[in-house]
Design a protein around this ligand. Structure first.
Ligand SMILES: Nc1ncnc2c1ncn2[C@@H]1O[C@H](COP(=O)(O)OP(=O)(O)OP(=O)(O)O)[C@@H](O)[C@H]1O
Ligand SMILES: [Mg+2]
Length: 254
C-alpha cells in the first residue's frame, strides 16, 4: 500500500509524521520505504547519516528514464527503514516536467516495479499543491492529511480536497483519505480544543482517534537522526505514533 502524507500548509507535521509512522511500521516488522519528494529534503536529512555521500536523488530518477530507482534508495539510520532520498535539486523538477505528457505519472511509474518489495511505501510531500504533490497523489492508494490543531488549521483544506477529487476523477479513482491526523495538539489550550471540534465537524469519522501532542522529544529526535522509538521510547510521542500505526494497519485492511 502506498500512502502519501499531504497538506499544502507548511509546518503541520507531515515530515515528523511520515518519518515516525514509517519507523513505527518498520518496528512492527513491516518492510517500509519512505519516499522523500520534498526539495527541502527534511525526511532525508533526518534519517540519512551523510546525504552528501549520495550524489543522486529522486530528481535524477524522475527526470531520466535510464536512472534506476534502486540506486537512490538507501538504508536509513532508522532500523528496518529504506529511504528514497531527496535533494534541493528536486526544486528543478516542476519546471522540467511541465509540458511533459506523462508529467503527473512519473512517480507512479518508477514505484511500480518496486512496490511489491514493501508492505508500505510512505511518501512525504512538500507544502505545495504543485506537480510534485500531484505525482504523489497519482502514485498513492491512500492519503493521510495532517492538520495542526490551531487557529486557521482548516484554512486551505478546501483546495486540498478539490485537488484530491480531481486526481480521483482524472487518473486515480481508488485514491482515498485513510485518515486525518490531528498534530501539534495541546490539550491545555482552548485554541487546540476548538480546532479539534472544527476538524471533527468537517472530517467526522475520517479523523484518526489518535492525536499527536506537541512534544519537545518529537521536535528533537530528527537532529539525532533517530525516530521517536529509539530517541525517547517511553515518551508520549512514541506511544501516540505506535497507536497511530496500529490504526493505519487496521484501516488499511478495510
Ligand atoms: N508533535 C510535535 N511536537 C513538537 N514539535 C513538532 C511536532 N511535530 C512537528 N514538530 C516540529 O514542527 C516543525 C514542523 O514540523 P514538520 O517538519 O514535521 O512539518 P511539515 O508539515 O513537514 O513542514 P513542511 O511543510 O515545511 O514540510 C518541525 O520543527 C518539527 O520538529
Ligand atoms: Mg516536511
Amino acid at each position: 500500500m502506498i500512502i502519501a502524507v499531504a497538506n499544502q500548509k507548511g509546518g503541520v507535521g507531515k515530515t515528523t509524521s511520515a518519518l515516525n509512522i514509517s519507523a513505527a511500521l518498520a518496528f512492527m516488522g513491516k518492510s517500509i520505504l519512505l519516499v522523500d519528494t520534498d526539495p527541502q529534503a527534511h525526511s532525508t536529512i533526518s534519517c540519512v547519516t551523510d546525504p552528501s555521500l549520495h550524489p543522486k536523488s529522486l530528481y535524477d530518477v524522475l527526470v531520466r528514464n535510464e536512472e534506476k530507482v534502486e540506486n537512490i534508495i538507501i538504508q536509513s539510520t532508522i532500523p528496518g527503514l529504506d529511504v528514497a532520498i531527496s535533494k534541493i535539486s528536486m526544486a528543478k523538477l516542476e519546471p522540467t516536467l511541465i509540458g511533459e505528457i506523462d508529467g503527473h505519472y512519473r512517480l507512479k511509474d518508477i514505484l511500480a516495479p518496486i512496490r511489491k518489495k514493501y508492505n508500505f511505501i510512505i511518501i512525504d510531500t512538500p507544502p505545495t499543491l504543485g506537480l510534485i504533490t500531484l505525482n504523489s497523489l497519482v502514485a498513492a492508494d491512500k492519503i493521510i492529511i495532517p492538520i495542526q490543531s490551531s487557529y486557521l488549521s482548516l484554512e486551505g483544506t478546501d483546495d486540498l480536497l478539490e485537488t484530491i477529487d480531481k486526481v480521483r476523477r482524472v487518473t486515480n479513482p481508488r485514491l482515498e483519505i485513510i485518515g486525518v491526523l490531528i498534530t501539534l495538539h495541546d490539550r491545555r489550550t482552548n485554541i487546540s480544543k476548538d480546532a479539534v471540534k472544527r476538524i471533527n465537524k468537517v472530517f467526522g469519522k475520517k479523523v484518526f482517534k489518535t492525536f499527536i501532542s506537541k512534544s519537545v522529544k518529537l521536535e528533537e529526535s530528527p537532529a539525532y537522526k533517530e525516530s521517536i522509538f529509539t530517541f525517547a521510547p517511553h515518551s508520549v510521542g512514541a506511544h501516540q505514533y505506535k497507536k497511530l500505526a496500529e490504526e493505519i494497519i487496521s484501516r488499511a485492511k478495510n
